[in-house]
Design a protein around this ligand. Sequence first.
Ligand SMILES: NC(=O)c1ccc[n+]([C@@H]2O[C@H](COP(=O)([O-])OP(=O)(O)OC[C@H]3O[C@@H](n4cnc5c(N)ncnc54)[C@H](OP(=O)(O)O)[C@@H]3O)[C@@H](O)[C@H]2O)c1
Length: 268
Amino acid sequence: MQDPNPRVAGEGFLRLEKAGISVETGPGAGEALELNRGFASRMRRGRPWVIAKVAASLDGRTAMASGESRWITSAAARDDVQHWRARAGGVLTGIDTVVADDPRLDVRREDLVGRVRQPLRIVADSRLRLPETARLLAGEGGGEVVVFTRSGDDRRVAALEAAGARIERQADDAAPVNLEGMLARIGALGVNELLVEAGRTLTGALAAAALVDEWIVYLAPRLMGDAARGLVRLPGIERLADTPRLEWREVRFVGPDLRLTLRSASGG
Ligand SMILES: NC(=O)c1ccc[n+]([C@@H]2O[C@H](COP(=O)([O-])OP(=O)(O)OC[C@H]3O[C@@H](n4cnc5c(N)ncnc54)[C@H](OP(=O)(O)O)[C@@H]3O)[C@@H](O)[C@H]2O)c1
C-alpha cells in the first residue's frame, strides 16, 4: 500500500529502490488499509474514521423515556468498550449525554492505563451548556477536553477554559455545531479514529449526514418498550429509500450481550 500521506507520496519507495530494494504495491494492500484505516481516512478525506458505539436493548432502545440508561448492557460489555476507547485518538459525545450522565470518557481499565495515550474527550455543545463541575473536567489522568461550540459568550468561554477545556468556536450562529467542520478540525488535531459515545440525537445527526463509517452495537437481552428512546434520530430522512444502509461485519458474544459490528454500505 502506498502511504496516503501526500507529504510522503512515494518518496519512501524511491529511497528503497535507490538502495536496491525492489518495491511492489498491491499484495496485502487491503489488510494494510484495514490496519491504517484511521490514518488513511484523515489523509484522503481530511477527517477521522468515525465509529459510533451504542448500547441498546433487543428492541433497539438506548435510554428510558426519563433518560435513564445506566446500565443497559453488562459490565463485560462496558469493559470491552475500554478497548475501543484505548485505540481511538478521540471520543466524541453530545452535551445532553454529559448533562444526563456526567461521563468521564477516559480509559481506566487497569491493563490499559499507562500503556495507551488517553484519547481527546470531545463535546459538541453549541451553546456552551457544559458545567465547569463536569467530571470530564475534574477527572485526573484523562485526555484533553475539547468543546465545539457556536457560542460567542466570552464569559462562558473563559470559565470553561479556566476549568481546563479547550474551546473550538465555530462562526457564531444559531445553528448546531457544523459536523463536517468539527470532524475536519478533529482530524487536524491528529485524531485518526474517533469513537462516538453520544445519545440518539448527535449519533443520528452524524448518521443522517453519512459521517459514520462503522457501528459497534452492544445488544442486551432485555426489552425496554417503545416509550423508551430509540437508537438514532435521523433528521430529514422520511423515505425508506433514503435510510442509511449498513453491512454486517461481525457478531460475537461479550458476556451475556451481543456485540454487532457494521460498516456503512457506502464504504466509508
Ligand atoms: N445507550 C447508549 O449507548 C447511550 C450512549 C450515550 C448516551 N445515552 C443516553 O442518551 C441520552 C442523551 O441523548 P440525547 O440524544 O438527548 O443527547 P446527545 O446526542 O448526547 O446530545 C445531543 C446534543 O448535542 C448537541 N449538538 C451539537 N451539535 C449538534 C449537531 N450538529 N447535531 C445534533 N446535536 C448537536 C445539541 O445540543 P446543543 O444544541 O445545545 O448543542 C444536542 O441537543 C441520555 O439519556 C443518555 O443516558 C445512551
